[in-house]
Design a protein around this ligand. Sequence first.
Ligand code: GDP
Length: 429
Amino acid sequence: MERETIFALATAPGRAGVAIVRVSGPAAAAAAREMSGELAAPRMLVVRRIMDGEELLDVGMVVWFAEGASYTGEEMVEFHLHGGRAVVARVLDALAGRSGFRAAAAGEFTRRALDAGRMDLTQVEGLADLIDAETEAQRKFALRVAGGALADAVKSMRDQAIRILALIEASIDFADEEDAPDDVSAEVAAGADALLGDLMRLTSVARAGERLREGYRVAIVGAPNVGKSSLLNAIAGREAAITSPIAGTTRDVIEVACEIEGLPVVFIDTAGLRETQDLVESEGVSRAREVSRAADLRIFLDAPDVSEAVDDDLQRTGDLSVWAKADLSSGPGDYAVSAKTYEGVPALLKGVADRLQPKAMGSMIASRQRQYQRLVGSGEDVKAAIGAQSMEIAAENIRLAVRQLDEIIGIVDVEDVLDEIFSRFCIGK
Ligand code: GDP
């Protein structure tokens, strides 16, 4: 069956200066020819009257791409229209009326690019992240992945694994003969160790990369009334949490997402940590401890008018101690801030960014749970190969490791993963 030609509005819907309608498939250029006259050279944007039969729909620009030299790998056309709803609707209608044409599903252009081998799965994921990127660090990161940085790293590990496999197979063949070379098994062991090292490194940065997509979590910790909510509000620049002079008001966990020096950061206001008889509050306190523990960084507050101290079993190296309500009096700590006057808050934010920046920089490659799990799995297979009792079992484990790596790039069947990934894409991408 002939592949259908798909089309969609590629720019955001609504009123705009320009709207771009994309068409991809075997009948794309023919449609452009019929609707806008003779085509120019491929990739050349030209002004054309865009028609539906005798009716003029718009005067816009048209560009086409030949099969094998387009985003999807198929013949493609773009109509650059005036960005009015009626204009776009009418052009989409005209395309829908053509035989063999249908509206594209979310991410379908990219899916065709993947099918045509123009991208691998990690690049597709990187592209999805690029479209979702809201901060500078996210943009840089996604651009690297979309450009194939992760795919390259995975492919090089896959090559290592294949080399090890070849060595193992050679040694199995030799084993029948008298002089099975010991140096082959030494070479296998060294290769597997090196591969495991590379896998572990990539695995650890993959975990950190997840944070880059979802935001680094910074918990604001301290006794009740120390000024946690006020500080969060000062950071957020709005009334995100309710402040009150009565101790124990912040009973739930309140989060504010923001961008500091390009990094996505989620600040979390936790319930004041103290012993309490109040059931609701004590629930809040135990959640607060949990959240603080799981955070990437903690800001411990002390204030001149609060004598209660927080037990510091939550403290980790790199955490910040901050003297709050600095407008009242000065005191110890890495930073002094006043939520009231905003003094010291910018310096504190800079300090937070400085602490998080190294974590982010190391993580610029893998970020998805899916990628992380396959990397971990692959590492376990290599470990099993290293500890294997026989070369045959070692070979099987290495094969499994290769398969996991293949799944990251999407070389092997990953249909269910594809559905999941593409359902989140925009229409027209
Ligand atoms: P939390 O229980 O730790 O969240 O503390 P809150 O943010 O609710 O603050 C407790 C009390 O301290 C409130 O009455 C605030 O108005 C006051 N407070 C908080 N931050 C400051 C500050 O920077 N300066 C002054 N003078 N008072 C503050």
